[in-house]
Design a protein around this ligand. Structure first.
Ligand code: SAM
Ligand code: SF4
Length: 344
């Protein structure tokens, strides 16, 4: 532990594999949920009436930057900011500006619903964000309102345009596909990204939190079903490229756009997991689909001026990273955290 120093490049030489779990997986990717609040209420993510974490219990923006820096000191080189809707957190640009200056952080990215991207796209790019994932499950305005309960499609579309104009390396669409809700639109969504030179990833719904609008098992629409629907219209060729993430990608011979699938049910990806998640209240979650966690807010507040204990706590947390999730759409035993609390 004494070898840990505050500068990533020196640290990397002294201990290149500080964050390795019991299964030999190297953790190099941190996702940070900066708020569990959101201006939308997507039916797969939240229930109609949500209890949010009181603002007084959130990590401060400075604490978020401090924790992120410790992860980078320990070899993490990718950080994604997520939520809830990250762009609804007050003064959130401070976090992007702070992280954008961390030596050793190669990849700073954001997941957003894009409702406020028209305002933030250029400052985000200036702060060092290079990749943005945007959630879009439908391009039909009325359906968009139903899926998000309150959202307006035109705001998200304007946010997508702003992101495309701001010059990010990659703007990717994420679509959660639900049977009889939007499964009939996958071909149109691919057409939408093809005309804009974006990638798209289709995601199987995960059973996180109790929801009331639909039955998750009945709404299950597998990645394989989507693939066969798309193949009626497009030639899709599987790529062998490894992105370090759970998505499997397909190329199309007549387009730059790629189509990805995140398939927690039909193609488990846990063996190559390289990531951990920090919640807005400072809990480090070692797996999206399990409850194993470490309270880093307690550690930063107990040691306000020195990060050694924080780095030790992060290293120790590797011992409790579980082998994988046990998602099962047919059981009543769901993970009680909703996706907005976990940080998707
Ligand atoms: N608000 C931002 C957004 O929607 O992009 C960031 C947070 S959101 C929780 C991150 C991602 O999680 C989104 O792409 C969303 O579609 C996905 N998501 C939310 N609930 C999910 C669920 N139950 N299963 C699968 N993906 C989910
Ligand atoms: Fe908000 Fe994103 Fe959850 Fe939709 S998926 S309710 S936009 S946090």
């Amino acid at each position: 532990m004494e070898q840990i120093v505050g500068h990533r490049s020196a640290q990397a030489q002294a201990s290149p594999s500080a964050l390795i779990d019991r299964f030999g997986r190297k953790v190099s990717y941190l996702r940070i949920s900066v708020t569990d609040r959101c201006d939308l209420r997507c039916i797969y993510c939240m229930s109609e009436n949500m209890q949010f974490v009181p603002r007084s219990q959130l990590l401060t923006l400075e604490e978020i930057i401090r924790i992120a820096k410790s992860f980078v000191d320990l070899g993490v080189n990718k950080i994604r900011i997520t939520g809830g809707e990250p762009l609804t957190r007050r003064n959130i640009m401070k976090v992007f500006e702070g992280l954008g200056q961390l030596a050793g952080l190669d990849d700073l990215s954001l997941t957003t619903n894009a409702s406020q991207l028209s305002k933030y796209a250029i400052p985000l790019h200036e702060a060092g964000v290079r990749r943005i994932n945007i959630s879009l499950d439908t391009i039909q305005p009325e359906r968009f309102r139903k899926i998000t309960r309150v959202g307006k499609l035109h705001k998200t579309l304007a946010g997508i345009d702003a992101a495309l104009q701001a010059g990010f390396q990659k703007v990717k669409i994420n679509s959660v596909v639900l049977k009889n809700i939007n499964h009939d639109e996958v071909t149109e969504l691919v057409a939408f990204v093809r005309t804009r030179g974006m990638d798209i990833t289709f995601i199987e719904e995960m059973p996180l939190g109790i929801i009331n609008d639909h039955n998750r098992a009945q709404s299950y629409y597998s990645s394989d079903e989507i693939l066969s629907d798309l193949r009626r219209q497009y030639e899709l060729i599987a790529t062998t490229e490894k992105t370090g993430g759970p998505a499997r990608y397909y190329k199309m011979p007549d387009s730059e756009s790629r189509v990805g699938f995140i398939s927690p049910h039909s193609h488990n990806f846990c063996a190559s997991c390289n990531r951990v998640r920090l919640t807005a209240e400072g809990l480090l979650l070692l797996c999206l689909g399990q409850e194993h966690s470490k309270d880093l807010k307690r550690v930063v507040r107990a040691h306000p001026t020195n990060d050694e204990s924080l780095r030790k706590a992060i290293i120790q947390s590797m011992l409790i990273k579980p082998k994988g999730h046990n998602f099962d759409l047919n059981t009543q035993e769901v993970i009680l955290r909703h996706m907005n609390a976990t940080g998707g």
